[in-house]
Design a protein around this ligand. Structure first.
Ligand code: ZN
Length: 485
């Protein structure tokens, strides 16, 4: 078995790794590159492999930086199955349709600028949408949904098992077991389910791992064995604050914001973070004085995702299942308003104070949150609350880094609003969590670090070497690595 690294090798977005196993070519994830306009332009480039030669995709979870180029893959000739967890299959539809709509809107804007004679080279490239809703519909037909912990023979000699990664609903770590011989039976599944000793190798891809104790979700499941581990390292260089400290800090932000008579804008991923926040809102509504606020979820996509969460209660942890048993809508506070239309969204701008606005995108480089930031950033009474990772090159990162001015939708916007970064709500395990997950795998197998910037991967590599004497590499685009060699 062999792995070739294409995306999220030295950066956080654009997850995509190619695997050659059992005579097949697979992709682990096929994610969108996110960041500056120049970064995002790379989504239109060649994939770096022959698309028609790819036999199948295994998708770890529905975040767009893991699944967002799938429709482009299909548009360029991919015809194989896309294996993924059942809840991810449901979320995928919501995510990709939204992504296609954004791509189509971008293309229309580029076309308009060109027609008005104020277009640029970039606009020339962008007048054709990256993909459309038709491409998404074709992509969804390729999806094959699996349950967690159900070993499945996806080709003769190759077994796939998905394990709960505890990151967002449906998120999975991927275990691929290859056998070098066909075994003694004619049915390949028979040898594989017996754990035949003639296996050729076990490749484990962590996917994105959640921290232990994430509300709603179960903790990441252990993976028993591996000959090579591809390990995410988004937060490989830091330790999160204790969850209680985070809860106290959120309470302080809401109290301060109430006293300054402002509004709070929270850029949040529509999948995962938004649901976790709403769950925290419901649990701490009294402590945080939330009843006096108007809470807006300004993301039709996040609202759809609420529905998907409500359909998969069986995947929740014990506590969340108890909460759901007693209340059919624990994510929906009585003062929660869902802004569906653009008019609903614009109406929020008229509220001077007392509104908490949760809107996408999570890194503020797209979506409705940009309009809210444009409106709210110039005033000191307002607060912006960052509750997730802000990748290099995004508007969110510039704000977190303290920019005095930012450019939003063609406007130069002064930044006077107060900014807060609350790390403890992360959907990603911190260094200790990643090390704990790795420690559960038998025999300290070699590791390739993916999905992290170098300032996160380097400390992670040092810790893996120091504590486990592990063989650790940092993946670079184009690197190749044999499994079990
Ligand atoms: Zn993710």
């Amino acid at each position: 078995m062999r792995v070739i690294f294409h995306g999220a090798a030295g950066e956080v977005t654009g997850s995509c790794h190619e695997v050659h196993a059992a005579g097949l070519r697979l992709l682990l994830d096929c994610g969108l590159i996110q960041g500056s306009r120049a970064d995002e332009a790379r989504n239109r480039d060649d994939f770096g492999f022959d698309v028609a030669a790819i036999d199948a995709v295994v998708l770890s979870h529905a975040h767009i930086d893991h699944c967002g180029r799938l429709p482009l893959l299909v548009k360029r000739g991919f015809r194989g199955p896309i294996w993924t967890q059942r809840a991810t299959a449901d979320l995928l539809k919501v995510m990709l349709e939204d992504s296609a709509k954004l791509a189509m809107a971008d293309a229309e804007r580029a076309e308009r600028r060109l027609k008005e004679g104020r277009g640029s080279r970039d606009d020339e490239d962008e007048r054709e949408p990256l993909y459309t809703l038709d491409d998404v519909a074709r992509t969804l037909k390729h999806v094959r949904a699996l349950d967690y912990d159900a070993p499945t023979v996806i080709a003769p000699g190759l077994t796939l098992t998905l394990r709960d990664a505890g990151h967002i609903l449906g998120s999975a770590s991927v275990e691929l077991v290859e056998r070098t011989t066909a075994g003694n039976g004619t049915d390949p599944s028979d040898a594989v389910t017996r754990g035949d000793a003639s296996r050729g190798g076990v490749l484990v891809f962590s996917g994105d791992l959640g921290p232990k104790g994430t509300p709603i979700l179960r903790d990441p499941a252990p993976v028993p064995r591996a000959d090579l581990v591809l390990l995410e390292s988004t937060y490989g260089g830091r330790l999160h604050r204790e969850r209680e400290a985070t809860v106290a800090e959120l309470g302080r932000v809401f109290r301060d914001a109430w006293e300054s008579r402002g509004c709070v804008v929270i850029p949040a991923f529509a999948v995962g973070r938004t649901q976790e926040l709403l769950y925290a809102f419901a649990q701490h509504a009294d402590d945080w004085g939330l009843h006096r606020w108007r809470v807006f979820l300004d993301s039709p996509m996040a609202a759809k995702v609420l529905g998907v969460y409500e359909r998969h209660v069986g995947l929740f942890d014990d506590e969340a299942r108890r909460v759901w048993a007693g209340n059919p809508h624990p994510l929906r506070l009585p003062n929660l308003h869902l802004a569906e239309s653009t008019e609903d969204s614009m109406a929020i701008n008229r509220i001077e104070s007392g509104a908490i606005i949760i809107a996408g995108s999570g890194m503020a480089n797209g979506g409705r949150v940009r309009h809210h930031l444009r409106h709210r950033l110039p005033f000191e009474r307002n607060h912006v609350l960052f509750v997730g990772y802000q990748a290099a090159g995004t508007l969110g990162r510039r704000l977190v880094d303290g920019a005095a001015y930012v450019r939003i939708l063609g406007h130069e916007v002064p930044v006077h609003a107060q900014r807060h970064t609350v790390g403890g709500l992360s959907a990603h395990a911190d260094q200790a969590g990643l090390l704990d997950w790795y420690a559960q795998i038998d025999g300290a197998p070699p590791v390739v670090l993916v999905h992290g910037e170098d300032d996160a991967r380097e400390p992670m590599a040092r810790e893996l070497r120091r504590r486990f004497d592990a063989d650790v590499e940092l993946a670079r685009p184009g690197d190749e690595r044999d499994v079990g060699a």
